[in-house]
Design a protein around this ligand. Structure first.
Ligand code: UD1
Length: 431
């Protein structure tokens, strides 16, 4: 297993191109199962999670092709992915494939909607507390599917097709909203989703489904209406920029100091995180090219944040913001309201000398003057990158073990940081 070695202390200066969003690309790729015509996705990031999902789609019978690099293309330019689910040859998504990534469970919706049946292993993914799928199954049942769970598999059936329904989520769920959008797009009649997730990735999926011929109104609001259609066609769609990647690098710059342009980042996708960064003393400006983040001289001020569904502070940036707060001049309180047990980074941050105390669903962070490099272990996707942020500002050397977590979600992480002056290298092999 690869490791990453970081020698802290260098400010970040330059520009970082922001990749296509993993969390948008995954549902968009899954949507290819809804049609027997080709779906072309542009700006798809090169990530382990994307490759895992391609293996799953291939198993269902999806043909795919990835455009090669053209002369003059930047190394970091997103890829174009052509997906074609002409014939679904298998409606089972096996444990070996689904257990690697939770979002792959969402194939249940298009398979059920198009083929009338799906057998999908219960999901795996990041170890961040219990992440049930009860609400996803509730939505599919409301749409007329029968659901059984046998030997770790969900068996969903709707031999006569799905029918529109009124679905009221008791809790905002991104996956639940994606699944309902895909299933309802091909259901008979009208569906209303109440308390829908409003994340930009939901809007991106809905936009693409509409290009494929779906009738959807209200994506981005908490009530979404879908009028089912008998079939969907092909489309071409560009994946939106990754707000979590942009927020992560913004926090890294706020941590180390410096001046970085996040190329292609869109401020409206992460305003709450940018507000928290501004409150911490970073200077954020929006330009035509992206978001510019600066912090020169002034120290880091403590800021309390509480995670919430969009447009609130994203849970996927909680660990990174906590890393920043470990060096603030004072005490901050970081509350996690979306996932239980999403504090695995706390004990690893403590290895740098950070002072963090857990209090129920909150972490109380007392800023320290200096962090010191240490060997640390990546535990989940977002937690891992918080260790990178801490390491960039720590004195001396840090070795991050188990970096495959980072490879699931951050494209060209080392290259992007090195280009801005960070001392980061990947050590292949043991670890
Ligand atoms: C997605 C994101 C993930 C992000 C999360 C919250 C992708 C690929 N992943 O995950 O990065 O952290 O949104 O913004 O887009 N819940 C239930 N029952 C269910 C489904 C969810 O109780 O059936 C709960 C979850 O345990 C959690 C909350 O609802 O407490 C929100 O989860 P959800 O929005 O569904 O997260 P994901 O879609 O899995």
């Amino acid at each position: 297993m690869d490791r990453i070695r970081i020698v802290g202390g260098a400010a970040l200066n330059g520009s970082i191109p922001i990749s296509g969003a993993k969390n948008a690309a995954l549902p968009l790729m899954i949507a290819s199962l809804l049609s027997d015509e080709p779906l072309t996705l542009e700006n798809v990031p090169r990530l382990a999670d994307i490759s895992s999902l391609l293996r799953i789609l291939q198993n269902h019978g999806v043909d795919y092709k990835i455009d090669g690099k053209k002369p003059g293309d930047a190394q970091t330019a997103g890829r174009t992915l052509h997906l074609h689910a002409r014939d679904i040859v298998d409606t089972t998504a096996p444990y070996e494939l689904v257990s690697k990534m939770r979002a792959s469970f969402w194939v249940v919706a298009p398979l059920l909607a198009r083929m009338g049946e799906a057998k999908v292993s219960l999901p795996g993914g990041c170890a961040i507390g219990t992440r049930p799928v009860d609400l996803l199954l509730m939505a599919l049942e409301s749409l007329g599917a029968s659901i059984d769970i046998e030997a770790g598999y969900v068996i969903a059936k709707a031999p006569k097709g799905l029918r529109g329904a009124e679905i009221d989520f008791p809790k905002v769920t991104v996956g639940g909203t994606h699944v309902t959008l895909m299933a309802a797009a091909l259901a008979r009649g009208h569906t209303v989703i109440h308390n829908a997730a409003r994340e930009p990735e939901i809007v991106d999926l809905a936009d693409c489904l509409v290009k494929m011929g779906a009738k959807i109104r209200g994506a981005g609001a908490s009530t979404i209406e879908i009028e089912g259609v008998p079939r969907l066609g092909g489309a071409r769609h560009a994946v939106l920029p990754d707000r979590i990647e942009a927020g992560t690098y913004a926090m890294a710059v706020a941590m180390t100091g410096g001046d970085v342009l996040l190329e292609g980042a869109r401020p409206e996708l992460l305003q709450s995180a940018l507000d928290a960064l501004t409150a911490s003393g970073a200077e954020i400006t929006s330009t035509n090219e992206g978001i510019r983040v600066r912090r020169n001289g002034a120290g880091i001020s403590p800021v309390d944040v509480s995670t919430a569904p969009f447009p609130g502070f994203p849970t996927d940036l909680q660990a990174q913001f906590m890393a920043l707060m470990t060096r603030a001049k004072g005490v901050s309180r970081i509350t996690e309201t979306i996932f239980e047990n999403r504090f695995m980074h706390v004990q690893e941050l403590a290895r740098f000398g950070a002072k963090i105390r857990l209090d129920g669903d909150a972490a109380i962070v007392t800023g320290v003057e200096t962090l010191k490099g240490a060997p640390v272990m990546a535990t989940d996707l977002r937690a891992s990158v918080s260790l990178v942020i801490a390491a960039l500002a720590a004195e001396g050397e840090t070795i991050v073990h188990r970096v495959y977590h980072l490879d699931r979600g951050f494209e060209h992480l080392e290259q992007k940081l090195v280009a801005c002056g960070a001392r980061v290298e990947r050590l292949a092999g043991q670890g």
